[in-house]
Design a binder for this molecule. Structure first.
Ligand code: SF4
Length: 473
């Protein structure tokens, strides 16, 4: 291993990219490369990039220029992912120290492409069109032993007017249900208890094998894999979010109490311009289905402000929608025109200061809603999975089924005298990352809870208690 070439990878963007980096790392390691902790130690420096917003793409070029001087030490630079697919060979002009540009459809060819570099090629590209197959590999290197990502579908066949994904990730390709279940079983057998199924639009999953399972059927079967305690999925498209998905979620508590359902705008006129294929009313019907689930489910969303042509009245409709839905969280952004997209040709008609003002109003209102709704959790007990320990605040950091962060103390269980081992506190009942414990919520902010570790409630005791009148989980 000492003579192995060393690589370092930095990831930008969504969970799909994070998981792609895990697959790239595993593939490189299987071909004799060793990962290192810092860029300075590496022979090959890779940036796995995101181009969903202009800011994200610019950040990559910023990072590239920051480390340009390392090229003089013989290090090689590669750009992977969406910016690579979108900009192609133009990256060599903008960042001449880059010698490898590989789009997400060509990752399986990475070892060959890197071998070409090693053989003396100055510039190597892998920019083929998205293949018919999802990027699957036996060599995924998962850093987190407790939560694992699992891709079920790649690409997207929708053509939202503002989105680069169909251009950078290609057409939809679903994996066979057998291959998804086999990987889920392998993950569970390794001791990992939480899986997040990934895809640009998981709802349009369609098993290509004769079984022909829908997403709801796949979800139900993954949730039955022995050893799994939590199954999440992201992301959903409202048009394809069918009631069967909610039915399956209601039947199996392993499926987490959370749906991420991006709405983008509360105005049907803007949704039409965005080519989202649903109206405000249709979206609210989906929300009503989710609310009718026997188990309360948290709903989060994505929102764009300042889309070309968005009027003050359209924006008010978005505010009105968040007031009505009471999301437990929202990712909101100012519109930015992206290459190749339909809306690029419509101009960026909303002035930057108007976009900024709308975003501030939206985010403030959403924070108020979250803070207010979260107060109702005080006094309730939640099951959480421990993700880490914050020594500065002397708190464990954990996540509950709805995906909210819960910071908690366990003072009553700490051993007197001996308080630290390997940087972690020592408890009379040992706790560790990946473990599931119960926490009574004592304080609630807009984005997270604070609580105290308590003994597990007796059998039959409802964890969070029955939904209180007017409470939206
Ligand atoms: S559904 Fe629309 S926003 Fe989502 S990835 Fe596909 S084109 Fe982009």
């Amino acid at each position: 291993m000492n003579n192995a070439k060393k690589f370092w990878i930095e990831t930008f963007g969504c969970q799909m990219n994070v998981h792609d980096s895990e697959k790239v790392s595993g593939t490189l390691m299987a071909h004799g490369y060793a990962p290192v902790a810092t860029m300075e130690e590496a022979d090959l420096i890779l940036f796995n990039t995101c181009s969903i917003r202009d800011k994200a793409a610019q950040k990559v070029f910023g990072r590239l220029s920051q480390f340009k001087a390392l090229q003089e030490q013989g290090k090689k630079f590669g750009v992977l992912g969406c910016v690579a697919q979108q900009e192609g060979e133009a990256i060599f002009k903008r960042a001449p120290h880059v010698s490898l540009v590989v789009g997400s459809a060509s990752y399986t060819r990475l070892p060959d492409l890197i071998a070409q570099l090693d053989a003396g090629e100055k510039r190597v590209t892998g920019l083929g069109e998205a293949s018919d197959e999802a990027f699957e590999t036996d060599f995924t290197r998962r850093d987190n032993p407790h939560r694992a990502y699992l891709t079920i579908i790649e690409g997207c066949d929708k053509h939202c007017a503002y989105c680069v994904v169909p251009f950078t990730r290609g057409k939809e390709r679903s994996r066979t249900s057998a291959s998804v279940l086999e990987e889920a079983r392998r993950i569970a057998e390794s001791g990992c208890t939480e899986i997040q199924l990934l895809g640009q639009n998981v709802n349009s999953y369609r098993d290509p094998s004769p079984a022909g399972w829908s997403f709801a059927e796949l979800l139900a079967r993954v949730a039955e894999v022995p050893g799994l305690r939590r199954v999440r999925y992201t992301t959903s498209h409202p048009r394809d979010f069918h009631p069967e998905i909610v039915q399956v979620m209601g039947e199996n508590p392993v499926l987490c109490d959370h749906v991420h359902l991006p709405v983008q705008s509360g105005s049907t006129d803007v949704l039409r311009m965005m080519r989202r294929d649903y109206t405000r009313e249709k979206y609210l019907e989906r929300i009503a289905t989710i609310r009718a689930c026997p188990r309360p489910l948290a709903v989060t969303t994505d929102l764009i402000v300042g889309f070309p042509g968005e009027s003050d009245a359209d924006f008010e409709r978005t505010i009105d929608l968040i007031n009505e839905v009471h999301y437990t969280g929202a990712f909101s952004f100012k519109y930015s025109p992206r290459p190749n997209t339909e809306s690029l040709t419509w101009g960026d008609s909303i002035p930057e200061e108007v976009k900024a003002q709308r975003l501030a109003i939206l985010q403030q209102r959403q924070q108020d809603i979250q803070w207010h709704d979260n107060q109702r959790y005080i006094g309730r007990t939640l099951e959480v999975m421990i993700e880490g320990y914050n020594p500065r605040h002397e708190q464990w950091v954990a996540r509950c089924s709805t995906n909210r962060i819960v910071n908690f103390t366990s003072s009553g269980l700490r051993l007197a005298g001996s308080t630290q081992r390997n940087g972690l506190p020592v408890f009379s009942q040992p706790m560790q990352v990946g473990e599931y414990v119960h926490v009574r919520i004592t304080k609630a902010g807009g984005n997270s809870f604070v609580g105290e570790h308590v003994a597990a409630p007796g059998p039959g005791t409802p964890l969070a208690g029955p939904a209180l009148p007017g409470v939206i989980v």
